[in-house]
Design a protein around this ligand. Structure first.
Ligand SMILES: [Zn+2]
Length: 318
């Protein structure tokens, strides 16, 4: 772990994205509604990226709460949203030159929906997933996902690798990028999706922004920080997309609802059966439904201003 020494002689971690100096920034609530703890974020003076202070959570944090194994509420709606948005990462890779038949690895594949979509679109796609439970679910659905941690995976000559909402969970994202570089062929592509701490919705949502998810999210990247991280990992940034449909309009809507005083991320946690809303929250939610189209318009404007709530970056191995 890269560390510097503060004027007081205390060891302080360096920015995970650019190596810059970190300073105390803000306190945020835990991402889990049932977790009463608060967490300190440190922010980089150079690239604006941030770090969750303290130790990372143990593996149970990825099996309970919002990650607990149970089907969501409104399942047909959730599946329809997933089906409508799963093609976007594929289009991003195609736009960057990925050809049909390419070998693609989704590292951190979850239940394997992207692997399945890639296979249907004519790519030789496989996934690895650290959660044995998620990998088993994927396999039961006939998707090519193996239970394996990124650190343990060996590969070479890949045409493309996907790290979709993976880097923010890592203590040392650069080490994983250096590993991905070894898996890729020269000219091979990496697609990364991460929350954008410099986004419009991050500012609107403040300490209640859904994608802070402390302490599971360890690094909170800005687009500038992500580009620097990719470069320092030996990759050449190609394009950063700010209009990401899977997450961004819903994230903006929840940021607006948080401003009305509603419990942070309540609609998301209700879908995940992970919240016991107070009557006041339900009233605020009902009153906030008309804000949904406002949120879509605001997020479109944010994306045009390159301040999307999550970003997707494509980079290439030189
Ligand atoms: Zn930085």
């Amino acid at each position: 772990m890269a560390r510097a020494t503060s004027p007081a002689g205390l060891a302080v971690p360096a920015c995970r994205a650019c190596g810059g100096e970190l300073a105390p920034w803000r306190e945020v609530a835990a991402g889990e509604p049932a977790d009463p703890r608060r967490f300190s974020l440190l922010r980089c003076a150079s690239c604006g990226s941030a770090l969750t202070a303290g130790e990372p959570p143990d593996a149970a944090a990825y099996e309970t709460g919002v990650y607990a194994p149970r089907p969501p509420r409104a399942l047909p709606f959730v599946r329809a949203l997933q089906r409508a948005t799963v093609g976007q990462p594929i289009r991003m890779l195609r736009r960057a030159g990925m050809r049909r038949g390419s070998r693609v690895l989704d590292a951190g594949a979850g239940a394997g929906r992207l692997v399945e979509a890639l296979a249907s679109a004519g790519y030789a796609a496989e996934g690895i997933e650290p959660s044995a439970r998620s990998a088993a679910l994927a396999q039961a659905a006939g998707r090519a996902v193996r239970p394996e941690r990124i650190e343990d995976h060996r590969d070479e000559g890949l045409d493309a690798v996907v790290l979709w909402h993976v880097l923010e969970h890592l203590e040392e994202p650069r080490a994983v990028l250096e590993q991905v570089l070894r898996w890729l062929r020269p000219g091979g592509l990496l697609l990364v999706g991460v929350p954008n701490i410099a986004s419009a919705q991050a500012r609107i949502g403040g300490a209640g922004w859904l994608h802070l998810d402390a302490p599971r999210h360890r690094v909170h990247l800005t687009p500038a920080g992500l580009e620097e991280l990719l470069r320092q990992g030996g990759l050449e940034p190609v394009h950063t997309h700010h209009a990401v449909w899977e997450h961004n309009p819903a994230g903006m809507w929840m940021a607006l609802l948080t401003c009305t005083g509603m419990a942070p991320g309540l609609p998301f946690h209700m879908l995940k059966r992970n919240a016991r809303p107070r009557p006041r929250d339900l009233a605020l939610l009902a009153a906030g439904v008309p804000l949904a189209p406002v949120a879509v318009a605001l997020e479109l404007a944010a994306a045009a201003a390159r301040q999307g709530g999550t970003v997707a970056a494509v980079a290439a191995r030189p």
